[in-house]
Ligand binder design. Structure first.
Ligand SMILES: [Zn+2]
Length: 243
């Protein structure tokens, strides 16, 4: 949820009840819904939140989004009434074919990225519809954003992702430091998110398929050297799927 004064914007509401409860508790008016892709855990709350009121629902043009009022393609701009933030739409196919992400550069804060199930901290989404080529290109696109960009993933799978990442890059000191920090956060019942693009560039094996240790681990696990970056990404995704 993004709050500006009394206005609230929610992203990927899988369930209406906690959103309604948060708005009621904080005296907020829901002024819009952003959707990244069509999976039920991202759209299941739209009907309930829109019942009896007209609020705009932005979502990917290439997917069937219940209640969508504005269909978005790559490069579109989104201005949510009541929220002093303008988003740019990035097409990031791979997890689903029409998946989009939202990127904003606030005047007084670091950029922020709402990336749904494309990029997770220390991991990435499964390839339900797209190819390794799609997902690798989408992740490269996100990796090219400014390092300070705050990354708001749709799920917190950080600790289990870090366990896999440590198997792929046991020699990555930044990864070990980040894992220790995340474990402390979880012990204190605090989220490990948002991450940043800079952190992900240093710890996320799916953004590091050209790193020497990642390539060596893939060769060892798969019994052959990856042909190129896309092949390395495909082998890494398959390895994680089987864990
Ligand atoms: Zn999904």
């Amino acid at each position: 949820m993004i709050v500006d004064g009394r206005s609230a914007l929610v992203v990927d509401p899988g369930d209406a009840a906690p959103v309604s409860a948060a708005c009621a508790a904080q005296g907020l008016d829901l002024c819009g819904i952003l959707v990244t892709h069509h999976h039920h855990d991202h759209v299941g709350g739209i009907a309930g939140l829109c019942a009896g009121r007209a609020i705009p629902v932005w979502g990917p043009a290439r997917e069937d989004i219940p209640g969508r009022t504005v269909a978005l393609d790559d490069g579109a701009r989104v201005q949510v009434p009541g929220i002093a933030l303008a988003f740019t739409v990035l097409a990031v196919p791979g997890h689903t074919l029409g998946h989009i992400a939202y990127y904003a550069e606030p005047a007084d804060a670091d950029p922020l990225l709402l990336c749904g199930d494309t990029l997770f901290s220390a991991g990435c989404g499964r390839l339900f519809e797209g190819t390794p080529q799609h997902m690798h290109a989408s992740l490269q696109r996100l990796a090219a954003l400014p390092e300070a960009t705050r990354v708001y993933c749709a799920h917190e799978y950080t600790l289990s992702n870090l366990q896999f990442a440590a198997r792929v890059e046991p020699g990555n000191a930044a990864l070990r430091r980040h894992a220790a920090w995340c474990a402390q956060r979880m012990d204190a019942q605090q989220p490990t998110l948002p991450s940043t693009i800079g952190t992900e560039l240093r710890i996320n094996p799916f953004l590091r398929v050209d790193a020497q240790e990642v390539r060596a681990s893939l060769s060892g696990h798969c019994g052959r050297a990856p042909r190129d970056a896309v092949d390395a990404f495909a082998l890494l995704r398959r390895w994680k799927d089987d864990v």
